[in-house]
Design a protein around this ligand. Structure first.
Ligand code: ZN
Ligand code: ZN
Length: 245
């Protein structure tokens, strides 16, 4: 019996420029799959064809619950320099209900393993960053042990990205497996994300879940296994940086 996850924290709408479903379609697909929560995490403004900052400034226009699915309004920010800087100013990041961060071609400078690792470690220590996405991307190789240790230390989960096994970021598979094994070994937190760019892919976790299980990751390590756990984590992150909501 495969593990049932209640939340998909990584989805894209048409606003990303290369996403093909509306927010309503994403929420409907989530409801149809029995998900209780999704993260609406369109790409940050540095992504070609991505949304202007005003997109993020007006997210309040979207209801908190659509089709019975809680929609967390957030961003998948781009790590844009070797210091872990993001393509969104702090006063915007502070308003997001969820902030993913990761490397993306065109937006992020690919460097040596040392440089990429330093940038990712810095992003993980950024109080606005909640989750690091697709750390197994072979275009931005990192030191897997260093990032998993930092994840355990900071409590910021790394993502096992399902789309990395379906054609995105070709060549990710082995890196993802290695990172998953280290996550299991160090007992670090983890997120399983679909990275859906079309509604049908919302809640598609099969490949990433299989890798997690094979690596020996315990259900208790998976943040998005329940809505309660997701919301408690995000609330705690915001409380720690001095924000109550
Ligand atoms: Zn991404
Ligand atoms: Zn994404």
């Amino acid at each position: 019996m495969p593990l049932k996850l209640q939340a998909d924290l990584h989805t894209h709408s048409v606003a990303s420029g290369h996403g093909y479903s509306t927010v309503l379609e994403l929420a409907r697909a989530a409801a149809a799959k029995g998900l209780l929560l999704i993260g609406l995490t369109d790409h940050g403004p540095a992504m070609p064809g991505g949304p202007h900052l005003y997109h993020f400034g007006n997210l309040r226009a979207i209801p908190a619950v659509i089709e019975g699915v809680r929609v967390l309004k957030g961003v998948e920010a781009n790590i844009i320099d070797r210091q872990g800087g993001l393509d969104m100013p702090p006063h915007y990041l502070d308003k997001m209900e969820i902030v993913l961060a990761g490397f993306h071609e065109v937006c992020s400078p690919a460097g040596t393993v040392e440089e990429n690792t330093a940038a990712m470690l810095a992003a993980m220590q950024n109080p606005y960053v909640d989750i690091i996405v697709h750390p197994g991307n072979p275009r931005f190789p990192v030191d897997p042990e260093k990032i998993v240790k930092m994840s355990r230390e900071t409590g910021v989960p790394l993502e096992i990205n399902n789309s990395s096994f379906c054609g995105s970021r070709a060549g990710s598979e082995d890196n993802c497996r290695e990172i998953a094994k280290l996550i299991a070994r160090y007992g670090a937190p983890v997120v399983i994300g679909s990275d859906a760019h079309f509604a049908e892919q919302v809640g598609s976790f099969a490949h990433a879940l299989a890798v997690a299980e094979e690596a020996g990751i315990k259900p208790g390590q998976i943040l998005n296994i329940t809505v309660e756990r997701v919301l408690a984590y995000l609330e705690e992150r915001r409380r720690r940086r001095g924000r109550t909501k």
